[in-house]
Ligand binder design. Structure first.
Ligand SMILES: NC(=O)c1ccc[n+]([C@@H]2O[C@H](COP(=O)([O-])OP(=O)(O)OC[C@H]3O[C@@H](n4cnc5c(N)ncnc54)[C@H](O)[C@@H]3O)[C@@H](O)[C@H]2O)c1
Ligand SMILES: [Zn+2]
Length: 359
């Protein structure tokens, strides 16, 4: 597979690569003068793919910094420990922090990179589908705090994103599927050929075929990159990337993080928005059925599990930060490619919750 490269106007490239071959040269080109790299990862990822990364970077001194796995460790405690380790390695401002892993590693390492010495160069090497299509593009870094998820952090753009698709071979199938939720979102935002290709490739994606993942990831990264280029600090258009997330976040918090994966919750949220669109006349039944069929064909859920309370989901959405003066901003769509923010009364969230629950 030839490398696919997207050069963002934010000043960095996203490279979708077969494996690690070429990363050393790329690092040298974008960070000349750096003689070592501080690689933040999980023990599991290091065990699976660390040797291949180290072989490519043999000319660069690697220092490994391991952080514990799991969303629960995307915390201020882990950030504090990581910052201490980074400082102990006495970096100068040429030494890159390389996030080697999924979104948890990326968010933590990026936030640490943004704060140590007021900013060390940051490089993302995503190893999950979700991290490749979402967490590694756009510069959002941060940690969870008791008050909520991702509430402490910084916008901090990487110098390079290098996605080695070979690492996806060891990714558990449910983690791959989770990434597909965000891919569906990006393809609905884009519409056109990206969505058509995703539909055509659904069986191949379900079967885990690499070429299909490479194509879907490439399309998806292009969609997200174009939006964050135009609105890096989420002052406007970038909010469209919250499609499916209003209900999705509520599903995660009501069912419990871990009981449902983020991408699954987003898929449920997208289908509910489509159904609300039909009820309110924004979306044709044909478009809503098309979206729901795609979600199902990708093996993602279209509804919350039976027994989930719509009232509890509605209440959980009450804490959504988009709420203001009894009105909420909801990302809706009329057609694929025609996604917009709609101001709706808060009560519409109750209807959205019902639609996520009902058959
Ligand atoms: N910054 C952003 O813009 C942004 C966007 C979306 C999501 N996120 C964040 O991303 C996080 C979720 O990321 P995620 O879904 O990648 O989860 P994750 O980072 O927890 O990774 C999932 C699991 O897979 C393992 N893993 C990773 N790569 C592997 C591989 N190649 N082979 C085998 N196992 C592997 C990890 O060790 C982990 O246990 C959340 O914290 C979310 O808030 C951030
Ligand atoms: Zn998301």
């Amino acid at each position: 597979m030839p490398h696919q490269r997207l050069s963002l106007s934010l000043g960095y490239d996203v490279v979708l690569a077969e494996d690690f071959g070429g990363l050393a040269g790329e690092l040298q080109a974008c960070l000349p003068g750096s003689t070592r790299a501080l690689v933040v990862t999980h023990p599991r990822i290091r065990a699976l793919h660390g040797a291949a990364l180290a072989a490519e970077l043999h000319g660069v001194g690697i220092e490994w910094l391991e952080v514990p796995e799991g969303e629960a460790h995307k915390s201020l405690d882990t950030w504090r420990a990581l910052v201490a380790r980074l400082l102990e390695s006495r970096p100068d401002r040429q030494v890159p922090v390389v996030a080697f892993g999924g979104g948890v590693v990326g968010d933590l390492a990026g936030f640490a990179a943004s704060t140590v010495l007021r900013g060390l160069p940051f490089v993302q090497v995503p190893t999950t589908v979700l991290a490749a299509v979402d967490a590694s593009v756009g510069g959002k870094t941060g940690v969870n705090v008791p008050q909520g998820k991702n509430l402490v952090g910084a916008f901090y753009q990487p110098r390079l994103v290098w996605a080695p698709l070979a690492t996806l071979d060891t990714l558990p199938v449910e983690e791959r599927r989770c990434g597909l939720g965000e891919i569906v979102k990006h393809c609905i935002i884009a519409g056109g050929s990206a969505l058509a290709r995703l539909e055509a490739d659904a069986p191949a994606l379900l079967a885990g075929e690499k070429a299909a993942f490479a194509a879907a990831i490439a399309d998806s990264v292009a969609v997200k990159a174009a939006i964050v280029e135009r609105d890096p600090l989420e002052r406007g258009e970038r909010a469209l990337l919250n499609l499916g997330h209003t209900l999705g976040h509520a599903v995660e918090s009501v069912l419990g993080y871990g009981a449902v994966r983020h991408g699954e919750a987003v898929a449920i949220g997208i289908v509910a928005v489509a159904r609300l669109g039909v009820a309110r006349g924004w979306t044709s039944p044909r478009v809503a059925s098309r979206v729901e069929a795609l979600v199902a064909r990708l093996g993602l859920p279209t509804r919350v599990p039976p027994g989930t309370s719509a009232g509890a989901l509605h209440e959980a959405m009450g804490f959504d930060k988009k709420r203001a003066r009894g009105m909420v901003r909801l990302v809706v769509f009329s057609e694929p490619g025609e996604v917009r923010l709609e101001s709706v009364p808060e009560g519409e969230l109750g209807a959205l919750a019902e639609l996520g629950v009902s058959a």
